[in-house]
Design a protein around this ligand. Structure first.
Ligand code: LHQ
Length: 267
């Protein structure tokens, strides 16, 4: 482990069996983001992004919440010092989300409790989002006079459609995990008592799949928003060419033909 990663104060990090586990760790504040947490998360995400041996990433929260967004504790009075929130975003959330997006391995977000404001949208930036049925997602921004950030304004219309995106952001109402699943905002809402087992199974399943193909699949799907039909056909052709040269493609086909389980290496 690098020196930086042994000095984390607000995040728990471990890497075992090619799985990176990142746990937001300020449970008394429902894992709200302090400056230290922005800093710690950046150290961890940067290490994960540069580690090619990682084949699956988990992001979750310690305690009863996933993340309550920005720590509002330092803003106690209404007429206090005015902050440049643009700078706060650029040097905190945006900096972290850009590294998150550069991670090639699939990122599973396990939403173990309430996810509010930036906390809700960080979850939605991950590749597969599963949540405890007792968890809820709150676009809390407008309730304190802000607009959605962490790319929620980009993701939500695509995930749930404009009508629902507008209603939940303008009203700041909680969306239950089950509702989020029905709307396609997240992949799955899971009974609380089964949650840990389901998360664990998902991690171990993903970590032995062909990581390079999964990584390129993420890229293709995300690129599709900016591409025309023809451009996307071109992109698939070019990327499939890369997959066709991989160890894991040869292994997958050989395993199929020999009626055995494939042993993917991730490249
Ligand atoms: C908190 C927080 C919190 C500090 C709970 N801060 N302590 C970007 C750029 C820069 C600046 C501004 O923001 C942004 C993006 C954003 O994220 S804006 C949105 C910020 N987040 C919120 O507005 C959510 C505020 N929290 C809540 O509405 C509730 O706490 C939720 C609905 C999340 C949970 O409610 P409960 O389950 O009833 O828990 P609670 O309210 O009792 O909270 C438990 C503790 O956590 C409590 O501390 P205490 O010492 O009284 O036990 C809260 O003060 C603390 N906490 N959120 N964001």
């Amino acid at each position: 482990m690098s020196e930086n990663l042994s000095n984390l104060l607000t995040i728990k990090y471990e890497k075992t069996s090619n799985i990176a586990r990142i746990v937001l760790n300020r449970p008394d504040k429902l894992n709200a983001f302090s400056d230290q947490m922005h800093h710690d998360l950046f150290e961890v995400l940067t290490a994960v992004a540069s580690d090619d041996s990682i084949r699956c990433v988990l992001i979750s929260g310690e305690g009863r919440g996933f993340c309550a967004g920005q720590d509002l504790g330092s803003r106690k009075s209404a007429d206090g010092e005015k902050l440049d929130l643009g700078d706060k975003l650029e040097n905190g959330y945006n900096k972290n989300l850009r590294v998150l997006k550069s991670i090639k391995a699939p990122i599973i977000c396990a939403v173990n409790g309430v996810a509010a404001g930036a906390g809700a949208n960080i979850a939605l930036n991950c590749d597969i989002v599963i949540a405890k049925k007792s968890a809820k997602f709150i676009q809390a921004f407008s309730s304190i006079g802000l607009v959605p950030d962490c790319n929620g304004s980009w993701l939500l219309p695509k995930l749930v459609g404009l009508a629902r995106a507008k209603a939940i952001t303008l009203l700041g109402v909680p969306v239950s995990a089950e509702q989020a699943e029905q709307w396609g905002m997240i992949y799955q809402a899971v009974d609380d008592e089964d949650f840990d087992d389901v998360v664990e199974k998902l991690l171990t399943t993903v970590a032995v799949r062909p990581t390079k193909a999964l990584s390129l699949t993420k890229l293709l799907l995300e690129d599709s928003y900016a591409n025309t039909y023809d451009q996307q056909l071109d992109r698939e052709r070019d990327i499939q060419r890369v997959c066709g040269l991989s160890h894991d493609f040869a292994e997958g086909v050989d395993a199929f033909n020999n009626k055995r389980k494939p042993e993917f290496k991730g490249h």
